[in-house]
Design a protein around this ligand. Structure first.
Ligand code: NAG
Ligand code: NAG
Ligand code: NAG
Ligand code: NAG
Length: 423
């Protein structure tokens, strides 16, 4: 449940005085802007509704700096799941909350977000189901679905350019989960649209989805993405330098293959035991029909020694997929911690707080700020689980935060960034 929705009605009166943002419990709620002229260029959500974003203006020394953050929220890779999504906030601006909480990297409070608080901060709403990269349409006479993620991205940028983005001095393209993946697909593209003397950098949070075999040795994520790419017409929008150098061009949807061809400086933030990848990529329900992983998926402390070994394999594979970036990227930074987490830049408690996760005593906010401003570029890799005592493990018993439970107490979805492929 999104608290922002509940708070809004009580505060409507305040809107008279501050139409685009309201404060409550130290939470900043920012109003939605609909991109009115987007339909003319075919930039629409799955159901044909107009795309949207939330903009909170920067001030002072940050007036000409911009953070653009892709909203996350899984993908839809077949017609039934996209039709379902088209009836939700993930596929239609008709169902979106009209206000979003800006916290963590989007906070406007200098003590909560020391380097970016006074920047222009934008959340790009996600309503295409393909990480802002599809280009096509489904129409069987009975139902219509618009796959227009690429156009939505372009329409939002074109709407923001005259609002000050065209004179940006500094820009950071970020996003988490499906939004983190979207940064890899659009990072270089943003750099081309901004002034040539602007500093443009990109941050992926929990977007480094691995091309990993699951525990039954199937490439579950690869097949999922293959279907997604085919359905939504994504292939033509993948990095051409990647697609022409690889036998299976669809693989360029995976950051590990595209990264070598991205020239804009990157910060890769990810947990080596990313909860989404653990649950959907490494141990998808199809590979654990007997539920042997059920308790371990909910709580790492309940995993047996073999399961921990398998999880250490996930970490090893992630580090090896990042090895070339680690060695060769001069301007790139990373923060690969060992927490059972998914998305750590958007909530205050993991971004920057007295007890937030750290590597070498540095918080994520400090590592990202030090990298962006060139104070210190570091590539941090945490020691393996369970050594890190600063984690806020998403998983804990009995009822982990961020999880949705079915009647029989099985996890049916993970809230916010994780809704996907629940068929
Ligand atoms: C900024 O955050 C600090 C720490 O939570 C809080 O004490 C302060 O009141 C906040 N400032 C504003 C302007 O909200
Ligand atoms: C592809 O690589 C060439 C040569 O390095 C470069 O000039 C070009 O900008 C790249 N294209 C893209 C879309 O990254
Ligand atoms: C593995 O993939 C094959 C081929 O797609 C499929 O037939 C099989 O059911 C899959 N096994 C599991 C456990 O998902
Ligand atoms: C639990 O409920 C979910 C849906 O709520 C269902 O998909 C699943 O099969 C159920 N599991 C068991 C063990 O009954």
């Amino acid at each position: 449940m999104n608290m922002a929705i509940e708070i809004v009605p009580c505060l409507l009166l305040l809107l008279v005085f501050a139409p685009w943002s309201i404060y409550s419990d130290e939470r900043l709620l920012v109003g939605m802007t609909i991109v009115q002229n987007a339909a003319a260029r075919g930039a629409v959500c799955l159901d044909g509704s107009l795309p949207a974003y939330h903009l909170h203006r920067g001030f002072g020394a940050g007036s000409n700096n911009w953070i653009l953050q892709f909203e996350g929220g899984g993908w839809c890779n077949d017609v039934p799941s996209c039709l379902e999504r088209a009836k939700s906030r993930r596929g239609s601006s008709r169902y979106m909350e009209k206000y979003k909480v800006f916290s963590g990297i989007l906070s406007n409070n200098g003590s909560l977000n020391p380097d970016f608080y006074n920047w222009n901060r934008v959340k790009l709403r996600y309503c295409d189901g393909a990480s802002f990269s599809g280009e096509g349409k489904f129409d069987n006479g009975a139902s219509v679905l618009y796959f227009r993620g690429q156009k939505i991205w372009e329409a939002i940028i074109d709407d923001l350019l005259p609002k000050g983005l065209s004179s940006a001095r500094n820009a950071l393209l970020s996003g988490c989960s499906a939004g983190g993946l979207a940064t890899f697909l659009h990072c270089d593209n943003l750099a081309k649209m901004l002034p040539s003397d602007a500093t443009v950098k990109c941050l992926s949070d929990a977007g480094f989805f691995l091309d990993e075999q699951d525990i039954s040795l199937n490439y579950t994520m690869r097949s999922f993405y293959n279907d997604l790419i085919a359905l939504q017409g994504v292939e033509r929008n993948l990095n051409p330098n990647c697609t022409k150098s690889i036998e299976n061009p669809k693989l360029c949807f995976f950051p590990q293959y595209a990264l070598n061809y991205i020239t804009t400086p990157y910060f890769i933030l990810n947990s080596a035991y990313d909860v989404y990848q653990f649950r959907h990529g490494l141990v998808p329900p199809s590979a654990d029909l007997r539920g042997r992983w059920y308790r371990c998926k909910l709580n790492p402390a309940a995993c047996n020694a073999n399961q921990i070994d398998v999880l250490q394999g996930l970490r090893r594979d992630m580090l090896s997929a990042l090895d070339s970036f680690h060695t060769n990227s001069g301007e790139g930074a990373m923060f690969i911690n060992s927490c059972f987490a998914h998305c750590q830049s958007e909530s205050q408690d993991t971004w920057f707080a007295v007890d937030s996760p750290r590597i070498h005593d540095k918080t994520i906010a400090e590592a990202v700020g030090d990298w962006y401003f060139g104070r210190k570029i570091s590539k941090e890799i945490d020691c393996p689980y369970p050594c890190d005592k600063t984690c806020h493990n998403l998983i804990s018993s009995p009822r982990p935060r961020g999880l949705l439970f079915g009647k029989n107490n099985t996890v049916i979805a993970i809230e916010m960034h994780l809704q996907v492929s629940l068929r």
